[in-house]
Design a protein around this ligand. Structure first.
Ligand code: XMP
Length: 317
């Protein structure tokens, strides 16, 4: 029978055998799969594993530093690369959702490729691919999957010439979590909601600007913190906020305001393919709404998305 412990033990042996004294590079995304793959590899080959965590400037508030510290605490050999300006400059003037994804994917590969090249004599590229990714190539794409889907665009990036290692490719998500727990990865990290590779760029409708990112980060922070404080975070599959690309009229004191509206989104799902909106308590929604409107300058209206997938999608772009 399959147990996380037996999986870990046999994986460590086969990884050591396969890799020998060679070097491996791996892109960490902050998500469960790449983290578990990294810790497993690190158990097997220690600092022959070189992890790269790229800040694309589109992560949640404080996320880059917080997650980077967690990675270091877990003993991973990780290099943080803050490429925010490169991503945000490349996104300037672009409002089409698929264009945004393309630009982010392209810049990610450029940055990752450059960093991987600084590791002398690296021979393997490790990815956190899991079984559903293998059978469903159109599945949720992390940084590693991004590499695959873009590898035939333009010249072949150097990392694509590396031999690929996918230690989790036979596992389902729940098995990945069990392996993660057995590896001692904190529950906080294993229980994180899924987060899209293009990050907040697809939660800002229309053009992405630094100012809008700051608004979304603040509102998202309040919403997610509230969910955690009320014990709701683990009952929800995914949650976040979406910034609309239109403003609405409001009133503050005697003044008329004309500011952004933000959408709260929370869904139940098992695999992201279908989803139901979560019936969050009215009192909770009221509290979050007040909090966001009072604290986040530039937002004067909060609405709740009550659409399920299909026909709506989880993200708005
Ligand atoms: P949708 O919006 O298609 O989202 O219902 C389903 C799941 O996929 C995530 N998502 C993405 N993840 N790159 C990713 O890595 C993407 O371009 C992307 N688009 C959507 C979404 O967050 C949800 O979990």
């Amino acid at each position: 029978t399959w147990t996380p412990e037996s999986f870990i033990e046999s994986s460590i042996q086969s990884l050591r055998k396969k890799i020998g004294s060679e070097k491996v590079v791996l892109g960490l995304s902050g998500g469960v799969d790449s983290t578990v793959a990294a810790v497993l590899l690190s158990e097997a080959i220690g600092d022959q594993l070189y992890c790269i965590f790229v800040n694309n400037g589109l992560l949640r508030k404080n996320e880059y530093h917080h997650v980077l510290h967690q990675y270091r605490d877990m003993g991973l050999n990780v290099k943080g690369v803050d490429a925010s300006d490169r991503f945000l400059d490349a996104l300037a003037g672009i409002s089409d959702p698929e264009q945004k994804r393309k630009v982010i994917g392209r810049v990610f590969i450029e940055v990752f490729d450059e960093e991987a090249l600084t590791i002398e004599d690296v021979t393997f590229l490790a990815q956190g691919t899991i079984y559903p990714d293998v059978i469903e190539s159109a599945s949720v794409a992390g940084p590693s999957a991004t590499i695959k889907s873009h590898h035939n665009v333009g010249g072949l990036p150097e990392v694509m010439k590396l031999k690929v290692i996918e230690p989790l490719r036979m596992l389902f998500k729940d098995e990945v979590r069990k392996v993660g727990t057995a590896l001692g990865i904190p529950d906080e990290l294993l229980g994180r909601h899924p987060f899209p590779g293009p990050g907040l760029a697809i939660r800002i409708l229309g053009e992405v600007t630094r100012e809008k990112i700051a608004l979304v980060q603040e509102a998202d922070y309040i919403f997610i913190k509230g969910l955690k404080e009320e014990g709701l975070y683990d009952k929800v599959w995914q949650a976040g906020v979406v910034l609309l690309n239109s403003k609405s009229v409001g009133v503050m004191g005697d003044e008329r305001t004309y500011e952004h509206a933000i959408v709260l989104r929370a869904v139940h799902s098992t695999d992201g393919m279908t989803a139901d909106w979560v019936h969050l308590p009215y009192d909770f929604l009221a509290k979050i709404s007040n909090h966001i409107i009072n604290r986040v300058n530039g937002i004067n209206r909060v609405v709740y998305d009550i659409s399920s997938k299909p026909p709506a999608t989880i993200e708005w772009e």
